[in-house]
Design a protein around this ligand. Sequence first.
Ligand code: 13P
Ligand code: SF4
Length: 305
Amino acid sequence: MNTREMQDEILRLKEENDICILVHAYESHDIWEVADFMGDSYGLSLKAAEAPQKTIIMCGVRFMAETVKILSPDKRVILANPLAGCAMADQLDVPKLSALKEQYPGYTVVAYINTTSELKTICDVCVTSSSAPKIIGNLDAKDILFVPDQNLGSWIAKKIPDKNIQLIDGCCPVHACSITAKAAAEAKALHPDALLLVHPESLPEVSAQADYAGSTTGIMDFAKKSDAKEFIIGTENSIVQHLQFECPDKKFYPLSKNCVCDDMRLTTLADVYQCCLGIAGEEIVLSDDVMTKARKCIDTMIELG
Ligand code: 13P
Ligand code: SF4
């Protein structure tokens, strides 16, 4: 079967079996083409609650599939590749956060959505990169314990300086380790007409040099609407490929050849095909207790966002 034939089969099977395919922007183009919806973490959480189909296949990483399950508890939610985790979500567990909460009593705990569902059970609200400044700005509380991404947290803190945002030691290793301030300065010198667009999971000294910082789809929308013709992209390199497809008259340069999320790269079109056949993927199962408590945190995000 070639790519086109496999895509046609997936489209046929999802109709036949009442399946919705949700795809994160970092997935590959062949998977985008079979999606019912493609978006960033925030867009995906909104679509999860709306999808009319009985089964949802999530092409992304585990925390995204868990969010979908929490928002659609009566549906079968399948993570297309069960090995696809998130190195940042794995950095903080319930005992560690419980200890931090004791250290910062009275603080409102805001979790990046890139956290496990268990962790969300002891947080007040979660946010995504596209919704964080608005949601935290809308909170009555002044003292915020933001977990786990210190780079995203410091980007948010600069946008809403009236809040007292306490950061912890956590980050996305893909963005924080592969993109340096020196590389950003060198890329700008090499492509003087290009705009620098970065994800706020990047180091503060990288975001500070950017012409635009925002979520994955925020970066894509900015590049598509901009009159500029060249862009340096500081996020997972799949976005460079997607933008080059969508805007063939513009030029896109990766800020680092190492900005590759191995977890996002795990899911293949063949995984999606096999999920549609019911012979691959993992059905997400969460306890009622986790679903109820984590849902409050996600519902608050949707209300305030
Ligand atoms: P977005 O919210 O921009 O989709 O980001 C998700 C993510 O995992 C970025 O690394
Ligand atoms: Fe997690 Fe970073 Fe990969 Fe996003 S890019 S899924 S935050 S490890």
